[in-house]
Design a protein around this ligand. Structure first.
Ligand code: ADP
Ligand code: MG
Length: 447
């Protein structure tokens, strides 16, 4: 019966719609006339109740002549319950945007063509956010307004947000879609004030059907921006235009965000995106590898996915790294090669966490002098050389800027650091002893 239903739905949904709503559901049991179906989140449940359940009942009755009573359960717990916003009063506003400007909007929605629903892999962690995004793209301004996506860096917030824009534009090509980062919004505002074109700024931002503002945590502390965005928000909201926002945290956790914005941001639906589990990470890598026409065995993909568990951006970075490594070595991509490629990545990581203090201590100990001598000004050879080596290592092994290194070495000028770095780089090419010492120090520091 489930297979029959799935087949029916296949023709009624778009491919993405089918994957989102039908593929993610599981039939649990059919006892007497009750069909129990498990769906991934509260949001899926509501969608099913609204759009799918009656279809099932009608369909089964028409086809099998039985009355089936479907019951939905939500898998796991902890799903946010969506709240419907209070019905806003609709105020009609005259639309004065010229045709040229309208065309400008279409070509100027600033969307990355790669960030679509087609290329977005769903799994635990992003399933509910993905479903909410899809609903919003199909019926903007109706159910979840604003949609507030939040979560750590590199987990797909920007991708998902832009997917809404793409989807809406492909469903209704004449809608006006605008994507901006919160910094762009601020810059546009500042520019408009400086050039006395605030009228135009407002028209641009308030005449769209979908406004997406990425990383609104950067509104923190920006009073004028918040003031302007408050009015933009109200205008769009009253006109039932869709607003989508992202942030690295919940609205009420954004420091110095006006209460009235916090409360508005919570009017619609806030959904978090959490890091993908191993299975999802493998699926993301597989997708990416296929998109780039890379021939990578499954066990290698699993290996990479097992090594990188922080975020999707790093996962993609690891894949690119493995690919580059394979090209360099003229070897096919396999697990052992991936291990080599990622080992150096880890080493880099380890040294990035290295502090200048640690370098000074290690070098001082190695040459039997003190840290204050390293940081001091004495110009005797058995101190100057270790000092220059320590500076050289600080430059090579940390991300610290030249001025920062200078400061850490007792407040020296950055040109001193440059000089030390050049001196040592030069010397190790013809002084084998020095070269060995530096290599030994590097090893000590990497431990
Ligand atoms: P955020 O905005 O949360 O920091 P991004 O949307 O910029 O993260 O995502 C970082 C990278 O990871 C992008 O290249 C994006 O395409 C990719 N990515 C993130 N999540 C997914 C996913 N579920 N499926 C496919 N690619 C993803
Ligand atoms: Mg982002």
């Amino acid at each position: 019966i489930w297979d029959y239903l799935k087949e029916q739905f296949q023709t009624q949904f778009t491919r993405i719609g089918y994957q989102t709503w039908i593929d993610s559901a599981k039939p649990l049991s059919l006892t007497a006339n009750t069909l129990t179906i498990e769906v991934p989140s509260q949001l899926h449940k509501e969608y099913w109740e609204k759009n799918i359940l009656t279809k099932i009942v009608e369909n089964l009755y028409a086809h099998f002549g039985v009355e089936v009573n479907p019951v939905l359960t939500v898998a796991g717990t902890g799903a946010d319950t969506p709240q419907e916003p209070a019905a806003p009063t609709k105020t009609k506003r005259s639309n004065q945007v010229s045709e040229a400007e309208e065309r400008d909007f279409l070509t100027n929605s600033h969307l990355n063509s790669k960030y679509t629903f087609e290329t977005f892999v769903t799994g635990t962690g992003n399933q509910m956010a993905h479903a909410a995004a899809l609903v919003v793209s199909e019926e903007p301004g109706v159910l979840y307004n604003p949609l507030f996506l939040y979560g750590g860096v590199g987990l797909g917030k920007t991708h998902l947000m832009q997917a809404i824009g793409h989807q809406l534009l492909s469903n209704k090509p004449d809608t006006k879609v605008k994507y901006v980062t919160s910094e762009t919004f601020t810059n546009d505002l500042v520019n408009s004030i400086q050039t006395n074109t605030q009228e135009r700024f407002r028209r641009e931002y308030r005449s769209v059907d979908l406004l997406m503002v990425d990383d609104v945590q950067f509104f923190a502390d920006k009073e004028a921006t918040q003031e302007e965005f408050f009015h933009t928000f109200n205008d769009l909201y009253e006109d039932k235009k869709q607003i989508v926002l992202t942030s690295d945290r919940l609205p009420n956790e954004i420091p110095k965000l006006q209460d009235r914005l916090v409360s508005r941001f919570k009017w619609g639906l806030s959904v978090d995106i959490t890091p993908p589990d191993l299975e999802t990470r493998i699926a993301i890598l597989r997708n990416k590898a296929d998109a780039e026409n890379l021939d990578i065995p499954d066990d290698t993909l699993s290996y990479i996915a097992g090594q990188i568990d922080s975020n999707v951006r790093e996962l993609e970075g690891a894949l690119i790294r493995v690919q580059a490594y394979a090209t360099m070595k003229h070897a096919p991509i396999a697990t052992s090669l991936a291990a080599d490629a990622l080992k150096s990545l880890k080493l880099n990581d380890a040294t990035n966490g290295l502090s200048i203090v640690k370098i000074q201590e290690t070098v001082a100990k190695y040459y039997h002098i003190t840290v204050s001598e390293i940081k001091g000004k004495k110009r005797i050879k058995n101190i100057v050389v270790p000092r220059q080596i320590a500076m050289y290592l600080a430059r090579e092994l940390t991300d610290a800027s030249l001025p920062k290194i200078g400061i850490e070495f007792g407040g020296k000028d950055h040109t001193t650091v440059i000089h030390a770095h050049e001196k040592i780089s030069q010397s190790i090419t013809d002084d084998q002893d020095l070269k060995n010492n530096v290599a030994e120090l590097k090893n000590l520091l990497k431990r």
